[in-house]
Design a protein around this ligand. Structure first.
Ligand code: SF4
Ligand code: SF4
Length: 178
C-alpha cells in the first residue's frame, strides 16, 4: 500500500556560507532542555567544517550512526578547491568527534527540528542570513511501513555499539534535565 509522504530537503550552497555558525548555535539551543536554555555547538546536529588555509566552509547535517569508519579516503576537487571526503560525510563514526553528544558519546542526528508544526522552516535555515541553507518540501509516494524499519535498524546499531543500558541511562538523564 502506498501513501503520500512529505520529503523535507535543506539545500546547502557552500559558496554562500561565511562560517558564522549561527546554524550550530540555534540548533543546539532548540534541542536544549528546557528549549533555548543553553547552546553548545558540540550538541548541534549541523556542523560547519572549516579549513582556513583553503578558505573552505562546509555545513554538514548529522545523518546516520555507523559502527565502522571507511577504509579509504577519497578527495574531491571542486572549482579548484580540494575537499577531504570526510568534509561531506554526515555519519557519526568512530574516527571523528563530530555528531556525538558530548556527555554520553551517543550519536546525534538531524530530526528536522522535531518536525515542530509551529515552524514554517527549520531553525538553522531561519538563522542563516546568507541563504547558504534553503528549505524545500515535496510530496512523494512511499510504502506505508518504511520509516519503522529505519528506526529498528538505527536502534539495533546503537545497542550493538553502546549497549542498551547506556542508551537508557542517557535518555533518562536527558529527560531529567531542567
Ligand atoms: S548560518 Fe549559514 S552562513 Fe552561518 S555557518 Fe551556518 S550555513 Fe554558514
Ligand atoms: S533542521 Fe533543525 S535539527 Fe536539523 S540541523 Fe537544522 S536546526 Fe538542527
Amino acid at each position: 500500500m502506498k501513501k503520500k509522504k512529505t520529503i523535507k530537503t535543506i539545500k546547502i550552497d557552500v559558496d554562500k556560507c561565511n562560517g558564522c555558525r549561527a546554524c550550530e548555535v540555534i540548533c543546539s539551543a532548540f534541542h536544549a532542555v528546557p528549549r533555548y536554555s543553553s547552546n553548545n555547538s558540540q550538541r548541534s546536529r549541523i556542523r560547519v567544517i572549516h579549513d582556513p588555509i583553503r578558505d573552505i566552509y562546509v555545513p554538514v547535517y548529522a545523518g546516520e550512526y555507523t559502527p565502522a569508519e571507511c577504509a579509504g579516503r577519497d578527495k574531491y576537487t571542486i572549482d579548484g578547491k580540494e575537499y577531504e571526503e570526510c568534509a561531506f560525510c554526515r555519519a557519526s563514526c568512530p574516527s571523528r568527534d563530530l555528531f556525538k553528544e558530548p556527555d554520553s558519546g551517543l550519536p546525534l542526528k538531524c530530526d528536522m527540528c522535531e518536525s515542530d508544526p509551529t515552524l514554517d522552516e527549520p531553525m538553522c535555515v531561519k538563522w542563516c542570513i546568507t541563504d547558504a541553507l534553503t528549505y524545500e518540501e515535496r510530496e512523494e509516494e512511499v510504502d506505508e511501513d518504511e520509516p519503522l524499519e529505519e528506526l529498528d535498524v538505527g536502534l539495533e546499531a546503537l545497542a550493538n555499539k553502546h549497549g542498551m543500558q547506556k542508551i537508557l541511562d542517557a535518555v533518562q538523564r536527558m529527560s531529567k534535565k531542567d
